[in-house]
Design a protein around this ligand. Structure first.
Ligand code: MN
Length: 282
């Protein structure tokens, strides 16, 4: 039997997977998860998209991501889940621990003598606090945009033209979006320096980043794990070094076959039928 050589990683930071949305690249994420063996995983928010749950879109590949994370837990990987604004329902469990799984709002890790501060980052969104509903509409609109984008790209590919990213174009061209990203990063950096952390790690803005910042108050490394809608990125810490993983650059993985887990993903009707059978109510 061919031995499955999985890449060992001391710490993996993943965020903004947005399971349950059209934009989520669950299959690519699954391939990535199947290629690694992390000791600890920090799920840094927006893992499941609760806002879009009502649409009833949750394909098997999205369920398999959850299953794969459960497999990690049973194999001894520690998972620290820091919910974000899209999965804020889980924030009610902050401070709880169940075996290898713990839920919190933020975490401080000591890595190679460095103080590493990890949190999702929506706490900086004043607009979120003031008009949550507006932000929610924005979130749904974003998912529609991704869907329209996919159809446009299908058409473009048929015509032999290159794919485009509408949301990236909008983000890059709208001044307020650029300002927002800059503001977010500056806020995280300044707060991190103020609290004397060596590294600050966020998610939320779907903008992967790894940079060392020095200013008059001190210096810090700012990292952002990006997302699995547009950038398909993660942060890996191994043997004392950080690496911004980019699926798009990982050519070897593109050709690898996805192992589809044969799980009985039942329809609601079947689940209830089985239940009544199990209890002999029929
Ligand atoms: Mn978020």
């Amino acid at each position: 039997m061919k031995k499955n050589l999985k890449r060992k990683i001391d710490l993996l930071v993943l965020s903004d997977i947005h399971l349950g949305t059209y934009g989520c690249h669950a299959e690519e994420l699954l391939k990535y998860l199947q290629s690694i063996k992390p000791k600890t995983i920090v799920l840094n928010g927006d893992i499941i998209d609760g806002w879009n749950f009502s649409k009833n879109y949750f394909p098997p590949s999205h369920l398999q991501v959850i299953s794969e994370l459960m497999n990690f837990l049973t194999r001894g990987t520690k998972i620290i889940y820091l919910p974000g604004n899209h999965d804020e329902f889980a924030r009610k469990f902050a401070g709880r621990k169940m075996g290898n799984l713990s839920i919190d709002n933020k975490v401080v890790l000591q890595l190679n003598g460095e103080r590493v501060w990890i949190f999702h980052g929506d706490v900086f969104d004043i607009s979120m606090k003031q008009s949550k509903w507006l932000a929610k509409i924005g979130g749904v609109g974003y998912d529609w945009l991704i869907l329209i984008n996919r159809m446009v790209n299908k058409g473009l590919m048929k015509l032999g033209k290159e794919r485009i990213s509408l949301s990236k174009r909008i983000k890059d061209s709208v001044k307020s979006a650029i300002l927002y990203i800059n503001d977010f990063e500056d806020t995280a950096i300044n707060l991190g320096i103020q609290h004397e952390y060596n590294v600050v790690i966020c998610g939320h803005i779907h903008q992967p980043c790894d940079r060392l910042v020095k200013n008059e108050n001190g210096q810090i490394r700012y990292l952002n794990s990006g997302d699995w809608i547009e950038n398909l990125t993660a942060l890996e810490y191994n043997e004392g070094a950080w690496n911004l993983y980019q699926y798009q650059q990982d050519q070897a993985l593109h050709h690898k076959k996805l192992i589809v887990e044969k799980l009985p993903f039942l329809k609601n009707k079947e689940i209830f039928f089985n239940l009544t059978q199990e209890f002999q109510l029929q």
